[in-house]
Design a binder for this molecule. Structure first.
Ligand SMILES: Nc1ncnc2c1ncn2[C@@H]1O[C@H](COP(=O)(O)OP(=O)(O)OP(=O)(O)O)[C@@H](O)[C@H]1O
Ligand SMILES: [Mg+2]
Length: 261
C-alpha cells in the first residue's frame, strides 16, 4: 500500500524542499518505489534534482488544466526507485490558472489516485503557506512531516499548522496523521538549538522524531549540482542523517502496519 506524506509548515526557508528531496532519495536508496511531487509554484525541487525547464515534458499545471495525465508528467531520475512530478509554473498567467484550479481541493488527490498503487511512498513538497495548494496536498495525504529549523523556529508556525491539521481532518481528510517533527539545520552545541528543542519537547514531544538533520553546507552545495546529497557525497553527515530519517519513518510505519494486521 502506498503512503503519501506532505512536507509542510507555514514558514519559509526551514528545509522543506531539502527534506522532501533528500528523504525521497533516501527512501529510493532503500529500494522503496518513491514519487516526489512538487506542489510549490516556486519549483525548487526540480532545481535540486537537476531538472532545467527544457527537461520538463509536462507538469502539475498541465495536470490541473486537464491537458495532460499525471502519467505523462512523471519524470525518471538518476535513482532507479525515484520518480518526480514537477510544478513548473513558469509565468504569471500559468501561476494564476494554477491557483484557480487548486480551488478544487480534490484535484491533486484525484490525480494521485491514478498512480498511487505503483509507489510505496509519495512525498509532497509544499510551499510555506497554509492555503490553496497546501490544502490540496493535505487533503491528498496520509500524514504530515514537519521540518523545524532549530534555533530559528517559531512555535506560532507549529501551532498554526496543528490548527490547520485539525481543520483539514474535520472538513476533508479524517485519516490525516502527523508523521513527525524533524529538526533541521541542527547545531548540537548551540544554545539556541537547545532552547528550541526544550520548547518543542514541552508541547510536542510525542511528535518529535529521534533523527536530527545537521546544519551542513553540503546540503546547499549538492542543490547547485542538481543532486540529492546521497548522490553527491554519500559518506557525509547530512546524507547519513537523511538515510536515518528514511529508516526511522520506515520503522514507524512498519510498526503501525503490524498493529493493524
Ligand atoms: N540541514 C541544512 N544545513 C544547511 N543548510 C540547509 C539545510 N537544510 C536546508 N538548507 C539550506 O537552507 C535554505 C532553505 O532550505 P529549503 O529551500 O529546503 O527550505 P524551504 O523550507 O523549502 O524554503 P521555502 O519556504 O522557500 O520553500 C537552502 O539554501 C538550503 O540549501
Ligand atoms: Mg521549498
Amino acid at each position: 500500500m502506498s503512503k503519501t506524506i506532505s512536507v509542510c509548515i507555514p514558514k519559509g526557508g526551514v528545509g522543506k524542499t531539502t527534506t522532501a528531496v533528500n528523504l525521497s532519495a533516501s527512501l529510493a536508496v532503500a529500494e522503496k518505489k518513491t514519487l516526489l511531487v512538487d506542489v510549490d509554484p516556486f519549483g525548487a525541487s526540480a532545481i535540486a534534482l537537476g531538472f532545467t525547464p527544457d527537461k520538463i515534458k509536462a507538469s502539475l499545471s498541465e495536470i490541473f488544466a486537464f491537458t495532460h495525465s499525471i502519467k505523462s508528467a512523471i519524470h525518471r531520475t538518476e535513482l532507479e526507485y525515484l520518480d518526480f512530478v514537477p510544478s513548473n509554473i513558469y509565468s504569471i498567467n500559468v501561476h494564476d490558472k494554477f491557483i484557480k484550479f487548486a480551488e478544487n481541493r480534490l484535484i491533486l488527490k484525484n490525480a494521485l489516485r491514478e498512480i498511487e498503487y505503483y509507489y510505496d511512498f509519495i512525498i509532497i513538497d509544499c510551499p510555506p503557506l497554509l492555503k490553496g495548494i497546501s490544502t490540496n496536498a493535505l487533503v491528498a495525504s496520509d500524514s504530515i512531516l514537519i521540518p523545524i529549523r532549530s534555533g530559528h523556529f517559531s512555535l506560532e508556525a507549529v501551532d498554526r499548522l496543528f490548527s490547520y491539521f485539525e481543520w483539514i481532518k474535520e472538513i476533508a481528510n479524517p485519516k490525516l496523521e502527523i508523521e513527525g517533527i524533524i529538526m533541521t539545520m541542527y547545531e548540537k552545541d548551540s544554545k539556541v538549538t537547545k532552547i528550541s528543542e526544550r520548547e518543542l519537547k514541552l508541547k510536542y514531544s510525542k511528535y518529535l522524531l529521534n533523527t536530527v538533520i545537521p546544519n551542513t553546507s553540503l546540503l546547499n552545495e549538492s542543490t547547485f549540482y542538481g543532486k540529492p546529497l546521497c548522490l553527491y557525497k554519500i559518506n557525509s553527515e547530512g546524507a547519513a542523517a537523511y538515510l536515518e530519517l528514511a529508516g526511522e519513518i520506515l520503522k514507524n510505519n512498519y510498526k503501525k502496519e503490524n498493529i493493524l494486521t
